[in-house]
Design a protein around this ligand. Sequence first.
Ligand code: 5GP
Length: 188
Amino acid sequence: MNSKYFIISAPSGSGKSSLANFLLDKEKSLAFSISSTTRKKRESEVHGKDYYFITKDEFKNHIDSNNFIEWEQVYKDDYKGTLKSEIKRLVDVGKHIIFDVDVVGGINLKKYFGDDALSIYVDVPSFDILEKRLKSRGSEVVKEIDERIEKAKFEITQKEYFDVVLMNDEFDKASLKIYEIIKNFLRE
Ligand code: 5GP
Protein backbone atom coordinates (compact mmCIF):
# COMPACT_ATOMS: atom_id res chain seq x y z
CA MET A 1 0.00 0.00 0.00
CA ASN A 2 1.17 3.48 -0.84
CA SER A 3 0.50 6.06 1.82
CA LYS A 4 -1.54 9.10 0.88
CA TYR A 5 -1.15 12.51 2.42
CA PHE A 6 -3.93 14.86 3.48
CA ILE A 7 -2.79 18.38 4.12
CA ILE A 8 -5.26 20.50 6.05
CA SER A 9 -4.34 24.17 6.16
CA ALA A 10 -5.99 27.43 7.05
CA PRO A 11 -5.49 30.46 9.22
CA SER A 12 -5.65 29.86 12.96
CA GLY A 13 -9.30 29.85 14.11
CA SER A 14 -10.83 28.32 11.01
CA GLY A 15 -11.56 25.01 12.73
CA LYS A 16 -9.02 22.90 10.85
CA SER A 17 -7.83 21.01 13.93
CA SER A 18 -11.40 19.98 14.80
CA LEU A 19 -11.85 18.70 11.25
CA ALA A 20 -8.57 16.79 11.42
CA ASN A 21 -9.62 15.22 14.75
CA PHE A 22 -13.00 14.27 13.32
CA LEU A 23 -11.28 12.43 10.45
CA LEU A 24 -8.82 10.70 12.74
CA ASP A 25 -11.70 9.42 14.86
CA LYS A 26 -13.67 8.21 11.91
CA GLU A 27 -11.05 6.66 9.64
CA LYS A 28 -8.63 4.33 11.35
CA SER A 29 -6.24 4.08 8.40
CA LEU A 30 -5.33 7.73 9.02
CA ALA A 31 -2.70 8.94 11.45
CA PHE A 32 -1.69 12.42 12.55
CA SER A 33 1.69 13.82 11.61
CA ILE A 34 3.03 15.14 14.90
CA SER A 35 4.95 18.33 14.23
CA SER A 36 7.91 19.56 16.22
CA THR A 37 7.60 22.96 17.83
CA THR A 38 9.60 25.33 20.01
CA ARG A 39 6.53 27.00 21.50
CA LYS A 40 5.52 26.41 25.10
CA LYS A 41 3.21 23.49 25.76
CA ARG A 42 -0.36 24.46 26.61
CA GLU A 43 -1.87 22.79 29.66
CA SER A 44 -4.12 20.51 27.65
CA GLU A 45 -1.38 19.36 25.29
CA VAL A 46 0.67 16.19 25.48
CA HIS A 47 4.24 15.78 24.22
CA GLY A 48 4.35 13.13 21.52
CA LYS A 49 0.62 13.42 20.82
CA ASP A 50 -0.11 17.05 19.92
CA TYR A 51 3.48 18.05 19.19
CA TYR A 52 7.04 17.15 19.94
CA PHE A 53 7.98 20.07 22.19
CA ILE A 54 11.67 20.68 21.63
CA THR A 55 14.17 23.45 22.41
CA LYS A 56 15.36 26.02 19.90
CA ASP A 57 18.79 24.38 19.90
CA GLU A 58 17.31 20.99 19.10
CA PHE A 59 15.24 22.58 16.35
CA LYS A 60 18.32 24.27 14.88
CA ASN A 61 20.22 20.99 14.94
CA HIS A 62 17.42 19.37 12.96
CA ILE A 63 17.59 22.19 10.39
CA ASP A 64 21.38 21.82 10.09
CA SER A 65 21.06 18.06 9.65
CA ASN A 66 18.38 18.49 6.97
CA ASN A 67 15.92 16.45 9.03
CA PHE A 68 12.82 18.46 8.14
CA ILE A 69 10.54 18.05 5.12
CA GLU A 70 9.36 21.58 5.82
CA TRP A 71 9.84 23.98 8.67
CA GLU A 72 8.90 27.55 9.39
CA GLN A 73 9.02 30.29 11.92
CA VAL A 74 5.25 30.32 12.30
CA TYR A 75 5.23 33.10 14.92
CA LYS A 76 7.86 34.93 16.91
CA ASP A 77 9.63 32.35 19.14
CA ASP A 78 7.57 29.63 17.51
CA TYR A 79 9.33 27.39 15.03
CA LYS A 80 7.39 24.46 13.71
CA GLY A 81 8.25 21.71 11.29
CA THR A 82 7.58 18.24 9.95
CA LEU A 83 10.39 15.77 10.54
CA LYS A 84 11.23 13.19 7.87
CA SER A 85 11.48 10.62 10.68
CA GLU A 86 7.86 11.32 11.68
CA ILE A 87 6.60 10.51 8.21
CA LYS A 88 8.75 7.37 8.04
CA ARG A 89 7.35 6.25 11.41
CA LEU A 90 3.78 6.43 10.07
CA VAL A 91 4.47 5.10 6.57
CA ASP A 92 6.28 2.11 8.09
CA VAL A 93 3.09 1.08 9.90
CA GLY A 94 0.99 1.50 6.76
CA LYS A 95 -0.88 4.68 7.63
CA HIS A 96 -2.24 7.47 5.48
CA ILE A 97 -1.19 10.76 6.97
CA ILE A 98 -3.02 13.90 8.03
CA PHE A 99 -1.19 17.19 8.46
CA ASP A 100 -2.52 20.19 10.35
CA VAL A 101 -0.17 22.94 9.25
CA ASP A 102 -0.27 26.61 8.37
CA VAL A 103 -0.83 27.75 4.82
CA VAL A 104 2.80 28.11 3.75
CA GLY A 105 3.62 24.74 5.29
CA GLY A 106 0.67 23.24 3.42
CA ILE A 107 1.85 24.57 0.08
CA ASN A 108 5.36 23.25 0.74
CA LEU A 109 4.10 19.79 1.75
CA LYS A 110 1.98 19.57 -1.41
CA LYS A 111 5.07 20.36 -3.50
CA TYR A 112 6.99 17.65 -1.67
CA PHE A 113 4.39 14.85 -1.89
CA GLY A 114 2.92 15.81 -5.28
CA ASP A 115 0.13 13.60 -6.61
CA ASP A 116 0.15 11.40 -3.50
CA ALA A 117 -1.14 14.39 -1.55
CA LEU A 118 -4.42 16.25 -1.40
CA SER A 119 -4.17 19.76 -0.02
CA ILE A 120 -7.30 21.21 1.57
CA TYR A 121 -7.76 24.84 2.52
CA VAL A 122 -10.39 25.33 5.22
CA ASP A 123 -12.28 28.53 4.54
CA VAL A 124 -14.57 30.59 6.77
CA PRO A 125 -17.40 32.81 5.53
CA SER A 126 -15.71 36.06 6.53
CA PHE A 127 -12.65 37.55 8.13
CA ASP A 128 -14.84 38.88 10.99
CA ILE A 129 -15.95 35.36 11.84
CA LEU A 130 -12.35 34.18 11.89
CA GLU A 131 -11.43 37.02 14.23
CA LYS A 132 -14.38 36.24 16.54
CA ARG A 133 -13.53 32.54 16.68
CA LEU A 134 -9.91 33.33 17.50
CA LYS A 135 -10.84 35.72 20.28
CA SER A 136 -13.39 33.41 21.84
CA ARG A 137 -11.33 30.24 22.09
CA GLY A 138 -9.19 31.52 24.95
CA SER A 139 -6.03 29.54 24.22
CA GLU A 140 -3.92 32.59 23.32
CA VAL A 141 -3.09 35.87 25.03
CA VAL A 142 -4.02 39.16 23.30
CA LYS A 143 -0.58 39.62 21.74
CA GLU A 144 -0.75 36.15 20.21
CA ILE A 145 -4.26 36.75 18.89
CA ASP A 146 -3.10 39.96 17.14
CA GLU A 147 -0.16 38.07 15.64
CA ARG A 148 -2.51 35.37 14.34
CA ILE A 149 -4.92 37.90 12.85
CA GLU A 150 -2.06 39.62 11.02
CA LYS A 151 -0.84 36.29 9.66
CA ALA A 152 -4.37 35.32 8.62
CA LYS A 153 -4.61 38.40 6.40
CA PHE A 154 -1.82 36.97 4.27
CA GLU A 155 -2.98 33.36 4.50
CA ILE A 156 -6.44 33.99 3.05
CA THR A 157 -4.78 35.22 -0.14
CA GLN A 158 -3.19 31.80 -0.67
CA LYS A 159 -6.23 29.52 -0.95
CA GLU A 160 -6.02 29.30 -4.74
CA TYR A 161 -2.85 27.20 -4.38
CA PHE A 162 -4.78 24.34 -2.74
CA ASP A 163 -6.41 21.35 -4.45
CA VAL A 164 -9.66 21.86 -2.54
CA VAL A 165 -11.22 24.83 -0.73
CA LEU A 166 -13.66 23.61 1.89
CA MET A 167 -16.10 26.06 3.46
CA ASN A 168 -16.39 25.54 7.21
CA ASP A 169 -19.58 27.43 7.88
CA GLU A 170 -21.25 24.70 9.91
CA PHE A 171 -19.04 22.06 11.44
CA ASP A 172 -21.45 19.15 10.89
CA LYS A 173 -21.72 19.86 7.20
CA ALA A 174 -18.02 20.57 6.71
CA SER A 175 -16.96 17.43 8.57
CA LEU A 176 -19.14 15.17 6.42
CA LYS A 177 -17.90 16.89 3.29
CA ILE A 178 -14.23 16.51 4.19
CA TYR A 179 -14.81 12.86 5.08
CA GLU A 180 -16.30 12.28 1.64
CA ILE A 181 -13.40 14.10 -0.04
CA ILE A 182 -10.89 11.93 1.78
CA LYS A 183 -12.70 8.68 1.08
CA ASN A 184 -12.75 9.56 -2.64
CA PHE A 185 -9.04 10.31 -2.72
CA LEU A 186 -8.27 7.05 -0.91
CA ARG A 187 -10.22 5.18 -3.59
CA GLU A 188 -8.27 6.78 -6.48
P1 5GP B 1 -0.65 26.27 17.27
O1 5GP B 1 0.50 26.98 17.91
O2 5GP B 1 -1.94 27.00 17.50
O3 5GP B 1 -0.72 24.82 17.65
O4 5GP B 1 -0.39 26.29 15.71
C1 5GP B 1 -0.15 27.47 15.02
C2 5GP B 1 -0.11 27.21 13.54
O5 5GP B 1 1.02 26.42 13.20
C3 5GP B 1 -1.34 26.45 13.04
O6 5GP B 1 -1.77 27.06 11.85
C4 5GP B 1 -0.81 25.07 12.81
O7 5GP B 1 -1.56 24.39 11.83
C5 5GP B 1 0.59 25.40 12.32
N1 5GP B 1 1.52 24.25 12.35
C6 5GP B 1 1.50 23.19 13.18
N2 5GP B 1 2.50 22.34 12.89
C7 5GP B 1 3.15 22.85 11.82
C8 5GP B 1 4.26 22.41 11.03
O8 5GP B 1 4.87 21.36 11.24
N3 5GP B 1 4.63 23.20 10.01
C9 5GP B 1 3.98 24.37 9.72
N4 5GP B 1 4.43 25.06 8.66
N5 5GP B 1 2.94 24.82 10.43
C10 5GP B 1 2.53 24.07 11.47
